[in-house]
Design a protein around this ligand. Structure first.
Ligand code: GLT
Ligand code: MN
Ligand code: MN
Length: 388
């Protein structure tokens, strides 16, 4: 029997807002009692997680006094020390307060933009105090319903100015943060700026210090847009920009479901975990999900266990896939290379171009070749469903 016990080296993390979600939705009131941040840390230690992540206001209420803040943070650090739970990532709540109803960094109102910067700097101070090295930006309100009211190009420019400013703030304070920008296509805005991972990657290249900025892709957010999450993650990884990842589950095209990891799209999540493990991604495996609204505390604990267990089951299946002789034979056949075109691997040269132009290709033969992908996909299914 395989061992699916989570260990610190798996780097499983949860946000305070995930297991702490109280089951409110746009149509209904909370179904669960709030759990204090200290109790969440204890719960995460009990289920075997490695770390806890937070927004500033998940821990410190927005209207806390300085003395209250210090007491809350001291209690939280004590709970972290007591349990060994670390805080690898922090972020700012720039979406809940009515002040941000029309955006934070991209608001038309200069006072709101300035307040968003101030709130983020204070939240970065808090994250640094807790030991976070990844700082996430999810611009939930950075968007529009009414495109007459906001100029989206101006929105891009304002967002850039804010991130440039905050990169300098991090360096000025030796916080050592790496920023991870999290795209989402819609919800809570009708449309959110930078809707996809690809869009965010394009934006990052325009920053003053693009080296310190990467992405935080979330399964649900690409799936809401009907996109292939594995492909988005692979592009970010290949660009050296996969700084963090938000794991959950989601049907294509639906509202933001934030389901338990592995609960919905089994084949997609298998390929995702196989990719992360094969390339050696060594960041947090953060579960940005929450339990069904019908769950009470004991079922929320089951939800947390389930996210980690599913990841480890997929990881085991990935190892089985990689060790399967028949699958590997098929992959070798699909990727066969007799080295005849190796002269193209070092890029352009006049000689390579001349040689290529003089080559006769068997076009009909290429078109007639059998690609055994049906067989391969069925073997993948058999591995996943445990009949192999
Ligand atoms: C919010 C959102 C998430 C973001 C979090 C970080 S908060 O729950 O739905 O996708 O990652 O701000
Ligand atoms: Mn997220
Ligand atoms: Mn989400």
């Amino acid at each position: 029997m395989a061992d699916y016990t989570p260990k610190p080296e798996h780097k499983f993390t949860f946000g305070l807002w995930t297991v702490g979600n109280i089951g409110r939705d746009p149509f209904g009131e909370p179904t669960r009692d709030p759990i204090s941040p200290v109790d969440i840390v204890r719960m995460l230690a009990e289920v075997g997680a490695w770390g806890v992540n937070l927004h500033d206001n998940d821990l410190v209420p927005i209207d806390a006094t300085a003395a209250e803040r210090d007491q809350i943070v001291a209690d939280f650090k004590w709970a972290m020390d007591e349990t060994g739970i670390v805080c690898p990532m922090a972020t700012t709540n720039l979406f809940a307060d009515p002040a941000f109803k029309d955006g934070a960094f991209t608001s038309n109102d200069p006072a709101v933009r300035a307040y968003a910067l101030q709130k983020t700097m204070r939240s970065m101070d808090l994250g640094a105090e807790l030991g976070a090295k990844i700082y996430v930006f999810w611009g939930g309100r950075e968007g529009a319903e009414c495109d007459s009211a906001k100029n989206p190009a101006e929105g891009v420019k304002r967002f850039r100015e804010a991130i440039n400013f905050l990169c300098e703030y991090s360096k000025d304070n030796d916080y050592g943060y790496r920023f991870a920008l999290e795209p989402k296509p819609n919800e809570p805005r009708s449309d959110i700026y930078f809707p996809t991972v690809g869009s965010m990657l394009g934006f990052i290249a325009t920053l003053d210090d693009s080296e310190m900025v990467g992405v935080n892709p979330e399964v649900a957010h690409e799936h809401m847009a009907g996109l292939n999450f594995l492909h988005a993650v692979a592009q970010a990884w290949e660009a050296g920009k996969l700084f963090h990842i938000d794991l959950n589950d989601q049907m294509f095209g639906r509202y933001d479901q934030d389901f338990r990891f592995g609960s919905m799209m089994i084949k997609q999540n298998f390929h995702l975990v196989r990719f992360l493990e094969d390339v050696g991604y060594d960041g947090s495996r953060h579960f940005d999900a929450h339990a069904y609204r019908s769950s009470q505390y004991e079922d929320v604990v089951e939800f947390a266990h389930g996210c980690m267990r599913s990841y480890l089951v997929f990881k085991e299946k990935a190892a089985q896939f990689n060790a399967d002789g028949e699958i590997q034979e098929l992959l070798a056949e699909i990727n066969a290379d007799d080295g005849r075109y190796a002269y193209l691997n070092s890029g352009y040269s006049r000689a390579a171009a001349d040689q290529l132009k003089a080559t006769e290709f068997d076009r009909a033969g290429m078109g007639a070749r059998n690609l055994p992908y049906e067989r391969l996909d069925q073997l993948t299914f058999d591995v996943l469903l445990g009949v192999r």
